[in-house]
Design a protein around this ligand. Structure first.
Ligand code: NAD
Ligand code: IPM
Ligand code: MN
Length: 344
């Protein structure tokens, strides 16, 4: 019965369309709890109008909320990177979202491109505040035949250890207690060996967790040929970005893939967002699948301690998917159908 003070960042493209459905389902799920949501106008429109991506004053306002629901950012009319870095990554870094949580599950009834995937239910713990994403790079002699462009991957002992610990805690709490860590330590020896030593050291505290290492190239292969081997996966920011789009594709498509940009220490609000982007190719057509956002709302509820409500939302999605059939449905029809199941 504690109220939720929610910040909503619909963003660009299909962002506002899917967020609308997510809010519908959130409203259906919460009976005793009141949600007061404040919408933040951030993204392409704001940038065109004012040149701003995420002013510090807005960041301060966002900080006062219990959680953030974000649609998507990025627009073909804005230079690539301006909104992605200036808004989305700025939020993840400023609020220390070091656990980028991305569950993958093949729900019954869902069409997957794999012929015989087996039981697929794993979660990727993607590091969210380091790696090549920090913007530690630069270019020399730009636009000449001798251009040199560097993006340096930053990996700190502190940053690697905290995300690895989070992954071990999650693995320990799951029935299979299996952890795969993914890197490329045969080539990226500096960062790779920091990850390896860290995993080995923390593993000694979790004797019940079975640890496996995969090079990222092999991991992409196993995601297609043997996805049921995975339980908890931990990896760096860029590898995690790539493997989670692949994970989405094998488990029913990007329209179903949810994520949480989580600050486990709760020193700032966590942010819940579909894995997909603003999908300019289908924006405005009313055909985006809002399920990824709805499942992100379930992660939000779980994070805020509304465990029963989170389960109700996930079960409503599961039964909707089981009975969805092949007839195309509009964004709002899917949201309405899931909200109705949550209420029933
Ligand atoms: P995208 O995820 O937006 O789209 C990839 C493909 O998936 C497109 O064909 C799109 O129509 C489809 N798709 C995505 N979401 C869907 C949904 N809910 N239902 C049905 N189909 C869906 O990725 P992209 O095309 O590489 O990027 C487009 C823009 O989004 C870029 O500006 C990119 O930087 C940005 N982006 C933002 C985020 C984010 O905000 N978290 C994530 C990824 C990409
Ligand atoms: C995602 C997106 C972002 C990322 C981009 C838009 C910055 O691809 O959320 O997966 O790379 O993390
Ligand atoms: Mn991505």
């Amino acid at each position: 019965t504690q109220n939720i003070n929610l910040a909503v960042v619909p963003g660009d493209g299909i962002g506002p369309e899917v967020v609308g459905e997510g809010l519908k389902v959130l409203d259906a799920a919460l009976t005793d709890t009141k949600v007061s949501s404040s919408e933040f106008d951030l993204g392409a429109r704001r940038w065109h109008a004012t040149g701003e991506t995420l002013p510090d004053s807005t960041l301060d306002e966002l900080r006062t909320h219990d959680a953030i629901l974000l649609g998507a950012v990025g627009d073909p009319g804005v230079p690539s990177g301006v909104l992605e870095r200036g808004l989305l990554l700025k939020l993840r870094f400023a609020f220390d979202h070091y656990v980028n949580l991305r569950p993958s599950r093949i729900f019954p009834g869902v069409t997957t491109p794999l012929a015989d995937p087996g039981e697929v239910d794993f979660v990727v713990v993607r590091e969210g505040t380091e790696g090549p994403y920090v913007g530690n790079g630069g270019a020399l002699r730009v636009d000449t035949p001798h251009e040199i462009a560097n993006e340096v991957s930053v990996n700190t002992a502190f940053g690697v250890e905290r995300v690895v610990r989070d992954a071990f805690r999650r693995a320990q709490a799951r029935p299979r207690r299996h952890l795969t860590y993914i890197h490329k330590h045969n080539v990226l020896v500096h960062a790779g060996h920091l990850w390896r030593r860290t995993v080995e050291r923390v593993a000694a505290e979790y004797p019940q967790v079975d640890v496996e290492y995969l090079h990222v190239d092999a991991a992409t292969m196993f995601l297609v040929t043997d996805p049921s081997r995975f339980d908890v996966v931990v990896t760096d920011n860029l590898f995690g970005d790539i493997v989670t789009d692949l994970a989405a594709a094998i488990s029913g498509g990007i329209g179903l893939a949810a994520s949480g940009s989580v600050n486990p220490d709760r020193t700032a609000p966590s942010m819940f967002e579909p894995v997909h982007g603003s999908a300019p190719d289908i924006a405005g057509t009313g055909t985006a699948d809002p399920t990824a956002t709805v499942l992100s709302v379930a992660l939000l509820l779980e994070h805020l301690g509304h465990t029963d409500e989170a389960r109700r939302v996930t079960e409503a999605v599961a039964s909707d998917l089981a009975e969805r059939g092949d007839a195309p449905r509009r964004t709002s029809e899917i949201g309405d159908a899931i909200a109705a199941r949550v209420r029933s």
